[in-house]
Design a protein around this ligand. Sequence first.
Ligand SMILES: *[C@@H]1O[C@H](CO)[C@@H](O)[C@H](O)[C@H]1NC(C)=O
Ligand SMILES: *[C@@H]1O[C@H](CO)[C@@H](O)[C@H](O)[C@H]1NC(C)=O
Length: 287
Amino acid sequence: MLLGVLCILVVPQVFSEAPPAPPQDIQVDNWLLRWSPESDPDDGDVTYTAQYSSFDSGVWTDVPYCDHTPLNYCNVSSIKARSEYGCMMLRVRAERHGQNSPSVQACSKHGHLCTPDFNLIASPGSLTVHLSKNTTFLREHADHAKYRVYYGKKGEALQDYKDGLASVTIDELQEGQRYCTRVQYLYFKDTVGLPTCTQCELIPESDSRRTATIVSLVLLGVLLLVFPVIAYFLLFQRWRFKRWLQPRYTFREHLLEPIPEPFLPIHSSTEEHYDVISSMSQVELRE
Ligand SMILES: *[C@@H]1O[C@H](CO)[C@@H](O)[C@H](O)[C@H]1NC(C)=O
Ligand SMILES: *[C@@H]1O[C@H](CO)[C@@H](O)[C@H](O)[C@H]1NC(C)=O
């Protein structure tokens, strides 16, 4: 009975509270951010919230006047002054009855969508820059156009580069370091247009390397614990060691037996004096 009531109360709620679909096809054109609503057009309850973040800060802030808007566009010119070198990450999410869709990101440069558009996938020791083979520029310039991917450690000038027609993988990168990339179009041997915004990614450590690091740390810890103990014994308890290492004194069996007759000293006229050993005891050797 109670279960039935619970089902009646909870089940419709669960269904109605499913988050809305994320917005699609994000565009930025002269500081106007636009997206296509993916949800049921009859569903009037869906609103959108746009947020911005300067590159690599990881902090997202609502774009003024663009939180919970029922529209499918937003004028983001008010954040112009807050962009770094004209670069800005934007994201939009849909919301219905307190349930949020995943956010969809876009890169904006000087109020336009970053071109070429790329995203980074980091794996242990390498960084892959995913680039489309099918962009207007590449189509228009067919065989003579390429991408140039500049890269370098975060904080350093991006001097190294690698050219490619599509996605480019940069190998032999230091694990645990943050690397940044910037992409520009290449026509014959010349770079064309503005480079993209710089994006950075942390190169993760491989499992084997992480294991090796942990093992060496544990070994170091054990050594640090054991070393003082050994040093203490070597310095202050040396006599104990000596005693432990000293061979146990054992009497040879035949020494304890009575001396056989022929070897007994003959009592002659020139009688020698000797003492009879009545007992033997082990004397402790100590420093
Ligand atoms: C966006 O807002 C700015 C300032 O409020 C205005 O100058 C500009 O025309 C607006 N852009 C669009 C596309 O509405
Ligand atoms: C390349 O993109 C254009 C426009 O977006 C599209 O019409 C065309 O089919 C695409 N070509 C390939 C091979 O995907």
